[in-house]
Design a protein around this ligand. Structure first.
Ligand code: GAP
Length: 511
């Protein structure tokens, strides 16, 4: 646990130091739950969004029948008519249970706080509140025992102990919910609606109340008829959207993992009710594979089917793509069979007909919807955690030095190629700048002539740049440069003419 915490701290520090992610408005002390993406972070996120858009909208894999998938995109407004959120159920149901500490006034999500009690007979050896991301008694117990003094006591009595773990919103009946910070008593759980509110127009009254969207999905449902009427698309088809979403999370935590402002990448796939099960299975597998294909290859990725009791009342099936972050296993994306719930609700609340008429079968029906819904910030964080690696590399004198490297998939790497002159003389900077200028229209490239070349390699390894090209003394003699691979650190010589160099890089980036 300590190692994982330490690892997360090193990843957060690297993200700040190298310009991936900064705390929002840091010069004023920051603001909890909000983050800014720096020069490298913004490229990582853009690459992720481009890859997703390319792979689900412009060129998705063939469907289960081998035919091309029909997909289109949308970009809806963040603020919509508030009736959208009445119809979707968010006004009434988008609540998290909240508890407050009566002593220190800290506020927590009740379903993330546990009271852990260890008894030896009648004797209570430990009674503490802990925050854990999962309803996982083992984790809560481990957290409770993390304190060295408590651990020693518990280890000595281990075989005789009886453990009780109770979630804060299920406390009572002899177990008091305790604050994870100061052990004070917690209030009963209260409902807390997570939608951010604002007002549209000059009057701040209930008639002007609006919400910042807590998901992009409802914009798609609200436009489903527009898309049908203005394109020649036919069921089955999907609509995709990338955009900001806002949730007033009670306890933003784990870096960008749970933020109050974040981006989603969502698909609503409309199909005939009888085809919903096979489409659900297809999307579930396709989305899992997408993460694997982009580098989440390790045993840290998993696809978890929800048990029946976990399903929302309208969902027929749901699976989560989960990743084992240093702070625990958590959701990256959910794939749900939402039946006809959303379209039926919008039909009811708007009075508009949401049925689809099939010209061929002459059947009219409300399509069922499969929804793969992912978070871009969570995906970026998972790719960052997966890419983070510490190994050793030789310095200029051949001595092995610790190296931090981000082994991003080339498609996601913020910078694809860095170009260096070995030294700042003998025409090397001029040649290196010429190569840099030739590559820039085709890929994100970076030019650097300062400091020892070994240090420049190291800086690029830390930024996740897959290839470094160096102009050296031999370049003038035979027109070749070295190309160094970030992961193997091997160098090869290749010709400097723009065609060869570009072709060679593009070929390697595709691998
Ligand atoms: N339309 C369905 C929907 O919004 P969700 O599970 O609430 O489902 C989808 O959210 C995805 O959005 C999650 O899998 C996660 O990746 C991302 N997400 C949700 N809340 C988030 C938060 N507070 N911070 C960052 N990402 C979040």
């Amino acid at each position: 646990m300590a190692n994982e915490q330490d690892l997360m701290e090193r990843i957060v520090a690297l993200a700040k130091r190298r310009g991936f992610i900064y705390p929002s408005s840091e010069i004023y002390g920051g603001i909890n739950g909000f983050w800014d993406y720096g020069p490298l972070g913004v490229e990582l996120k853009r690459n992720l969004k481009d890859a997703w858009w390319q792979d689900v909208v412009r060129c998705p894999p063939p469907g289960p029948d081998g035919k091309p998938l029909q997909m289109v995109g949308l970009d809806c407004s963040i603020i919509m008519n508030p009736k959208v959120w009445e119809a979707s159920g968010h006004v009434v149901n988008f609540n998290d249970p909240r508890v407050d500490c009566k002593q220190c006034k800290a506020r927590f999500r009740a379903d993330k706080v546990f009271t852990v009690i260890a008894r030896e007979g009648e004797n209570i050896l430990l009674s503490v509140g802990v925050e854990a991301d999962h309803e996982d008694p083992a984790k809560a117990v481990a957290l409770a025992a993390a304190n060295a003094k408590a651990r020693r006591r518990l280890e000595e009595h281990a075989d005789r102990l009886v453990w009780t773990v109770v979630r804060a919103d299920r406390a009572g009946q002899g177990v008091a919910a305790l604050c994870p910070l100061d052990g004070g008593p917690l209030t009963d759980a209260r409902k807390f609606n997570m939608m951010f509110k604002s007002h549209a127009g000059a009057m701040e009254d209930s008639a002007s109340l609006v919400y910042l969207r807590p998901e992009t999905a409802q914009g798609i449902f609200a436009n489903y008829k527009n898309v049908l009427d203005t394109t020649r698309i036919k069921v089955p088809f999907g609509i995709a959207q990338i955009g900001k979403a806002f949730r007033n999370e009670i306890n933003p935590r784990n870096f960008t993992f749970r933020s109050r402002e974040f981006e989603q990448m969502e698909i609503e796939f409309f199909c005939h009710p009888s085809q919903a099960d096979p489409w659900y299975a297809w999307w579930r597998d396709a989305r899992y594979k997408w993460y694997v294909d982009h580098g989440l290859k390790s045993s840290k990725l998993r696809l978890r089917d929800h048990a029946k009791e976990e399903l929302a009342h309208y969902a027929r099936a749901c699976a989560d793509v989960e990743y084992e972050f240093p702070f625990g296993i958590s959701e990256l994306e959910g794939i749900a069979n939402r039946t006809d719930f959303d379209l039926s609700q919008h039909q009811k609340f708007s009075g508009r007909d949401m049925t689809y008429f099939d010209d061929e079968t002459k059947e009219r029906f409300i399509p069922h919807v499969i929804e793969p819904s992912g978070g871009i910030d969570r995906a970026a964080l998972a790719f960052l955690c997966e890419a983070y690696c510490e190994d050793e590399a030789p310095d200029e004198n051949g001595a092995m030095q610790k190296r931090t490297v981000l082994r991003f998939h080339p498609r996601l790497a913020p910078v694809k190629a860095a170009i260096f002159p070995l030294v700042k003389k003998d025409g090397m900077p001029e040649k290196a700048l010429e190569i840099y200028t030739a590559l820039r229209p085709h890929m994100t490239a970076f030019y650097d002539e300062k400091g020892a070349v070994g240090r420049r390699y190291r800086r690029q390894d830390e930024a996740g740049t897959p290839f470094c090209i160096t102009v050296d003394g031999q370049t003038r003699e035979d027109g070749t440069v070295t190309i160094r691979d970030r992961d193997s650190m091997k160098q090869e010589r290749i010709a400097t003419d723009a065609q060869t160099l570009l072709g060679c890089l593009q070929d390697r980036l595709r691998r």
